[in-house]
Write a protein that binds this ligand. Structure first.
Ligand code: SAM
Length: 303
């Protein structure tokens, strides 16, 4: 059984980019990036050696997801990074749930289908938050599917700071150990927006963990060069790649406790070309990366 709550949008504060209206480009708005992300999961699931099986991904991505994917050859070549990201999020989530997390709050959940595909306890509370249009599209497609845990959806514009604080407060009272997820969304925020979110997530005492993906300034520049022209159509701007790396979060109440890099994970999963495999052999740190392209998944714990 899945319940959906809609919280009306009314905010002048910023959180990423808003839905836009006007003539229709391929990526119409920030929510279409969720269709694009679902295509990576669909393509990985087609492989005989898939590292995860998301049988709903292709349906969720739809024709538009396929068209976006076809128009992004650069990003198809980087499929290894998306697969490694999904794999690492899966691993961290499973471990955290085994260690007593009783609620997962997936912020900007998009078309993620983990509640339907992961081996999760039936009693686990899982809350997906995203914009109303995206969630109603998702719900239409998944209407006849049964999640494996107690899934709730909250239609909310996360840029509405008052509403998101209220939501975090309500959720925080319903659980004793909450893991928040922000997968594929922080890169669209400014540093100030990320700090404000970090502070809000740090208020309820039960919000103990936060799983994020992160780009270095060098990787951010590469993504901007290759992807920004397409994303411009959707008024979605790639902005966040802090020079401090995971330590960016420490002064804002969240200390990194485990950091895994996408490149080494993709090498382990055998998803790299020959040249990338050589690169993956180089030693690397998880701290400041400067101009070196680096992407990783980090588990943060409240300080
Ligand atoms: C790149 S997708 C990532 C989706 C998902 N986490 C994944 O990894 O597949 C970005 C998601 O952020 C959502 N989003 C963007 N701005 C938002 C906002 N202000 N409030 C709620 N959701 C938002 C979009 O609708 C979209 O689903």
């Amino acid at each position: 059984m899945t319940t959906t709550t809609t919280i009306p949008a009314k905010s002048s504060e910023q959180f990423g980019n808003r839905l836009v209206s006007g003539p229709e480009p391929l990526i119409r708005n920030i929510s279409d990036t969720a269709r694009w992300a679902a295509m990576y999961r669909a393509r990985e699931s087609d492989r005989p050696d898939a590292v995860f099986q998301d049988r709903l991904a292709r349906r969720l991505a739809g024709c538009r997801g396929q068209e976006i994917d076809d128009a992004m050859p650069f990003s198809q070549r980087q499929a290894w990074a998306w697969v490694a990201r999904t794999y690492l999020f899966d691993q961290f989530i499973s471990k955290q749930v085994a260690q007593g997390v009783d609620m997962v709050v997936n912020l900007a959940a998009g078309l993620d289908a983990r509640p339907y595909r992961m081996d999760l306890p039936a009693a686990l509370k899982w809350v997906e938050v995203d914009l109303p249009e995206l969630l109603s599209y998702k719900e239409d497609i998944l209407r006849t599917e049964a999640p494996r845990c107690a899934l709730e959806r909250v239609a909310l514009d996360l840029s509405n700071v008052t509403a998101r604080r209220e939501l975090f407060d309500q959720l925080g009272r319903k659980a004793s150990k909450v893991l928040s997820l922000t997968e594929g969304i922080l890169v669209y925020l400014s540093a100030d927006e990320v700090i404000a979110l970090a502070q809000d997530l740090g208020v309820p005492s039960s919000f103990q963990g936060w799983l994020i993906d992160l780009a270095s300034p060098g990787l951010l520049r590469i993504l901007q060069r290759h992807l920004q022209p397409k994303l411009d159509q959707a008024s979605a701007t790639l902005k966040f790649g802090p020079k401090e790396g995971p330590l960016f979060f420490a002064p804002h109440g969240w200390k990194p406790i485990e950091v895994r890099t996408l490149l080494k994970t993709a090498a382990h999963l055998k998803r790299l070309s020959f040249w990338m495999r050589l690169l993956a052999k180089l030693p690397e740190s998880t701290g400041e990366q400067g101009s070196r392209p680096w992407g990783g998944v980090c588990l943060l714990a409240r300080d």
